[in-house]
Design a protein around this ligand. Structure first.
Ligand SMILES: *Cc1c(COP(=O)(O)O)cnc(C)c1O
Length: 411
């Protein structure tokens, strides 16, 4: 038997590679939209991890699905297929534009598969020069070497040796820039329908529509990175439905497994055929446990009860956040869709998103930032209205106390 030795936050600095700077809070338990720390302190969760726990913590149906699968089969390798993967793939296909699914273990890996498929598709259909990938400035696509190079933020890719060639970055929502960048050598255009990490910035409908036309005209794949926007987050199962623009490839992760690691790449029959046995793979991709979790998450999220409950929750957040913007002058804009909401700090508070996040922790509230200037809210899609109201009360207290301390310090 292994022994559970007592541990604290300071053990992080002692034993973990310092690639993160975690909060002082160590969560030990979660239920719905509430989380408890080591001291038994209760917090309200408006972050959902990072837009991951779409059905909250310890959802009984997910606990049951994982427990049942854990007692049945955890791993069989991709030398075999397995029932949970077959069921999940079928359900994803039936619920979307897609005909085929590739399973991975994270958003970055789903994107890695999508970008490799784009390159392979380009090579097969347009020859050796059709390898250019067009991506957006300030986009975020993950942390593998390929995905940091497609990500449009130099801080993620610098210092790791030569860049991957053939990636162009253009300003987001700039149709003229996209028209200038996409050509016969483009194999893929990749877009987040709402830029998540860089500030919750929705794409303009006309931009996505033009991207579709440019991809069609140049025989390039349109890839939507829906790792953050998918699985009900914006009130539709996937954001492309909201925009009415259908991609060739879509990637999903985050809420797909509700916290159990899984990613997926969805595409059409014709495009899927450019991957053949041996072209790409993953030991854990499509493992029975992850697929069992995601199958139940998909069943629950893709239902009228959950999806139709999102607009009212969105409104509850928006009204209160807009009121706080007015009452305290902290936000210049509140934007987003469904339960992916960004509150942009006004000029006086620029660069202080991390400090506001800490001030919220002091009021027992977990929120996220999206870059240095935006507070991000990505709670459970089924969060109770009482939890929303109480969390927003805590947010208001955090804002009052933070700006009070700051303004009196500078007065
Ligand atoms: C989080 C995120 C990723 C990366 O997902 P990981 O699971 O961390 O690898 C990729 N794209 C978008 C849009 C994301 O929000």
């Amino acid at each position: 038997m292994s022994q559970k030795v007592p541990v604290t936050r300071t053990d992080f600095d002692r034993y973990l590679v310092p690639s993160y700077a975690p909060s002082r809070i160590v969560p030990v338990r979660g239920r719905g939209s509430r989380v408890w720390d080591q001291q038994g302190h209760e917090l309200i969760d408006f972050g959902g991890g990072i837009a991951v726990t779409g059905l909250g913590h310890a959802h009984p149906a997910l606990v049951a699905a994982i427990t049942e699968q854990a007692n049945t089969l955890w791993h069989a390798s991709n030398l075999f297929t397995n029932e949970p993967a077959l069921r999940l793939a079928r359900k994803l296909v039936e619920a979307t534009f897609a005909d085929k699914v590739f399973f991975a273990n994270s958003g970055a890996e789903a994107n890695e598969a999508a970008f490799k498929l784009g390159r392979r598709y380009g090579a097969n259909t347009g020859g050796e020069n059709k390898y250019e990938i067009v991506s957006a400035i300030n986009s975020f696509h993950g942390r593998t070497l390929f995905t940091v190079n497609v990500t449009g933020q130099a801080k993620y890719s610098s210092g790791f040796g030569p860049r991957i060639e053939g990636v162009r970055h253009v300003a987001f929502n700039d149709i003229a820039a996209l028209e200038a960048a996409v050509g016969p050598n483009t194999c893929a255009v990749v877009i987040e329908p709402i830029q998540g990490e860089s500030g919750v910035i929705p794409a303009d409908p006309a931009y996505l529509k033009r991207a579709r036309e440019l991809c069609d005209a140049n025989k390039a794949l349109l890839i939507f990175d829906e790792v953050q926007t998918g699985m009900g987050r914006i009130g539709k199962l996937f954001a492309y439905e909201h925009y009415g623009v259908v991609p060739d490839v879509l990637t999903s992760a985050k809420s797909l497994g509700n916290g159990f690691p899984i990613g997926a790449m969805l595409t059409t029959d014709a495009i899927a055929g450019h991957f053949t046995p041996g072209t790409h793979g993953s030991t854990y991709g499509g493992n029975p446990l992850g697929c069992a979790a995601a199958e139940v998450a998909l069943d629950i999220i893709n239902s009228p009860e959950v999806l139709e409950g999102i607009p009212a929750r969105h409104e509850r957040f928006m009204q209160r956040l807009e009121k706080m913007a007015k009452d305290y002058g902290v936000f210049s804009q509140v934007r987003g869709m469904g339960l992916l909401i960004g509150a942009v700090l006004s000029s006086q508070w620029q660069g202080q998103a991390a400090d506001f996040v800490r001030a919220c922790e002091d009021q027992d509230l977990l929120i996220l930032q999206a870059g240095p200037n935006v507070l991000r809210f990505a709670p459970s899609l089924i969060i109770d209205f009482t939890d929303i109201d109480e969390g927003l009360d805590r947010l208001e207290r955090a804002i009052k106390s933070y700006i009070g301390a700051h303004e009196s310090a500078t007065a």
